[in-house]
Ligand binder design. Structure first.
Ligand code: LLP
Length: 421
């Protein structure tokens, strides 16, 4: 019998290595999942997402006077995920008309939806108004009169104003948004003018302020400083503090606990603005990232200066290593351990298509199924058809049962939008 390996804590909750030495996600043998659903495939441990949603809600319930937790749905815009999180009773953040359509289709109560966007079109605003979304987050001054006009006679729309606090967390530049020179939100100075303008608008109701300093942030202190920074703008019923809590992608990293993150934000609002405020949070990554793994099959093993282990996916299913230099772990699903230093590469036509540089796999061979954990956030979300590669299916695993919630794209899908063929 193979020795039971210690699983890296970045795998979904409840992951194990079974008596056959194979990784199990949600009680399902990953070799069997690869056989049944093909590879590449995203496999989601449903209970992991539920547990994290509950952890956010419990943390707020224990601490905040009033709160709402929103799923920042850009992280994993898949109907089954929307449905699961709607069932958990949380709200939803959408950043486009498309995400709004998906959120409504996934069962979210429109009143619990917040619409974001730095370039909302009239059509998107009209769509949100028709759906009856609870809040629209104003990002810029141009939007105010336009929104007021579109809401129109006899109606009022609750809004927040997005403020750029001038606070940076340590993260990749591409996903840092708290700095003054940002395409998102208004500086403290400009926000003063916007607050006046919204106050004077006939059909807008200013509920409060919004801020979001960035994503994949692993220290808590910037979240507190951001709240302090917006204090000069005065007192409002609602403070929506965005998302941003980072996760561990590899065993050597540690992320703050959900409880401590929530405490930091709630305490900051109470300390700065006093009791009785509604604190809204918009976790994306921290809700869904660790719930999901990607399964690939090795297609070739090439040795030159390095060892190149090439799999059947890559930058079409996980752009994060290429866009942000993000580090992932990898293992052969039925031979955890290491021994062969190699680059886990994708099948795409560029040298940058490396999923994990300097991976350590156990004697990787053609036909092996390889897993990369922590692909739930912004994996499926940013998947694409580069090189005509169909996007992977999404499989939900729970208590030993697996069900397909998104099928693999087909070649027919690649032609689906052609008007001329
Ligand atoms: N709220 C707002 C207004 C946001 O812009 C975002 C993320 C969130 C909440 C959720 O942030 P989270 O809790 O997930 O950090 N594609 C990048 C991440 C882009 C994040 C964009 N906005 C990545 O793969 O790292």
């Amino acid at each position: 019998m193979p020795a039971v390996q210690q699983l890296s804590p970045v795998y979904p909750l409840g992951s194990t290595i079974n008596e056959r030495g194979v990784l199990e996600i949600g009680g399902c043998d990953t070799l069997e999942l690869a056989r049944e659903f093909g590879t590449p495939a995203y496999v989601v441990a449903e209970d992991d997402i539920r547990a994290r949603a509950r952890a956010f809600v419990e943390a707020f319930r224990g601490r905040a006077d009033a709160f709402d937790v929103l799923f920042a749905s850009k992280a994993f815009p898949c109907t089954a995920v929307y449905r699961l999180l709607a069932e958990e009773g949380i709200g939803c953040d959408v950043a486009s008309g498309g995400e709004l359509a998906l959120a409504l289709g996934g069962g979210f109560d429109p009143a619990r939806i917040y619409l974001h966007g730095n370039a909302k079109s009239d059509a998107e605003i009209e769509q949100a108004l028709a759906a009856g979304v609870g809040h629209i987050v104003i990002d810029n001054v141009d939007e105010i009169d336009r929104l007021d006009r579109l809401v129109g006679e006899g109606r009022r729309q609750a809004v927040l104003i997005r403020v750029t606090p001038g606070v940076r967390g340590v993260t990749h530049d591409a996903i840092s948004t708290g700095q003054i020179d940002s395409k998102f939100g208004l500086s403290i100075e400009d926000a003063r003018g916007a607050i006046e303008r919204v106050g004077a608008a006939g059909h807008l109701e200013l509920a409060g302020l919004h801020l979001h300093i960035g994503s994949q942030i692993l220290e808590l202190e910037p979240f507190r400083r951001a709240v302090e920074a917006i204090a000069p703008l005065g007192d409002f019923p609602v403070y929506n503090l965005g998302g941003g809590l980072g996760v561990a992608y590899t065993a050597d990293r540690e992320a703050p606990r959900i409880n401590d993150y929530v405490a930091t934000k709630v305490d900051a609002v109470r300390d700065v603005f006093g009791p009785g405020k509604t604190v809204v949070d918009e976790p994306g990554r921290a809700l869904v990232a660790n719930s999901c793994v990607t399964l690939y099959t090795v297609q070739s093993v090439k040795r030159n200066v390095s060892t190149w282990v090439a799999v059947d996916g890559g930058m079409s299913d996980n752009l994060r290593p290429m866009l942000y230099g993000a580090r992932y772990e990898a293992q052969v699903v039925d031979r955890f351990g290491g021994g062969t230093r190699c680059h886990l590469t994708g099948k795409h036509c560029e040298s940058g298509d490396v999923i994990v540089r300097d991976a350590d796999l156990a004697d990787p061979r053609v036909g092996d199924v390889v897993v990369t954990p922590v692909t739930g956030a912004y994996g499926h979300a940013m998947a694409n058809n580069y090189n005509g590669v169909p996007r992977p299916p999404i499989v939900f695993a729970k208590d030993g049962d697996a069900r397909l919630v998104v099928r693999r794209e087909s070649y027919d899908d690649l032609f689906a939008r052609d008007v001329e063929r």
